[in-house]
Design a protein around this ligand. Structure first.
Ligand code: G3P
Ligand code: MG
Length: 248
């Protein structure tokens, strides 16, 4: 059984706020969401921060790589201006700051481990170790109050499993690959996360019949949400938190 919420705000506040910022987490809350997905990457000095792209230029202006910048400098960077003037001054938050915000507000987290190229294992290990520390007060059986890790990078999730086996994992695949059963087994994963665009009823049934949770990204219409839920999909994230309510 899927113990987590059904509808999850993608990157914090979907397309209504600058992704992966504290303002995005607040935006999700304002729209009634108490479940969130966000992306976590390491700074040069090994501090997990919220970031989707490994290079600057889209959400943070300038050129260069996140992996070549210390956290203290990332925390000064504007991650809101690209979105709108209203968010000027919104900075890159650390993972720890966001976990604290989410826990204070009762927000459940799908933590996507998003390594810069070449540091997959290190990212998985560091994020898992910090998560274990931040949730040391939560019983391992109380899974609703633990985050769910996900990643497209198998080595990152394997490293997370080794560092903090008590934090559950879901393996992210754009298209479900033929080896999905073996991959999920090796990761001791609880769920398969996949792009709804490549999912069909038959595949959904196979995953559910195998006893795994099934999570889809990123579903932005009510019609498609209804369709995949009718196939047995347990949960999905959405950019359209204004269109698809948390209690959909
Ligand atoms: O975790 C689901 C989804 O966020 C994966 O894609 O690129 O939006 O991180 P992306
Ligand atoms: Mg993501």
């Amino acid at each position: 059984m899927w113990p987590y919420p059904k509808v999850i705000a993608h990157r914090g506040g979907g397309t209504l706020s600058p992704e992966n910022t504290l303002a995005a987490m607040q935006c999700g809350l304002d729209y009634g969401f108490s479940a969130v997905e966000f992306d976590v990457m390491l700074s040069k000095d090994g501090i997990p921060v919220l970031m989707h792209d490994p290079e600057f230029g889209r959400t943070v202006s300038g050129k260069g790589l996140v992996a070549e910048c210390d956290a203290v400098d990332l925390q000064k960077m504007d991650a809101g201006r690209w979105f709108s003037d209203k968010f000027i001054g919104e900075t890159v938050p650390t993972y720890e700051e966001v976990v604290r915000f989410c826990r204070v507000h009762g927000i459940w987290m799908n933590v996507e481990i998003k390594p810069s190229p070449g540091v997959e294992q290190e990212t998985g290990r560091v994020v898992a170790e910090l998560t274990a520390k931040l949730f040391a007060d939560v019983s391992v059986t109380d899974v609703q109050h633990l985050p769910l890790f996900s990643s497209f990078e198998f080595p990152a999730l394997l490293a997370a499993k080794q560092a903090a086996p008590q934090i559950p994992r879901g393996f992210l695949m754009d298209e479900i690959n033929p080896d999905w059963r073996a991959d999920l087994q090796e990761l001791s994963a609880v769920a398969l996360h996949t792009n709804h665009k490549h999912l069909n009823l038959d595949l959904a049934r196979q995953v559910k019949d195998a006893g795994y949770g099934l999570f889809c990204y990123t579903v932005n219409t009510t019609e498609r949400a209804k369709e995949i839920l009718s196939w047995g999909v347990d949960a999905f994230c959405t950019d359209r938190i204004d269109l698809i309510p948390a209690d959909f």
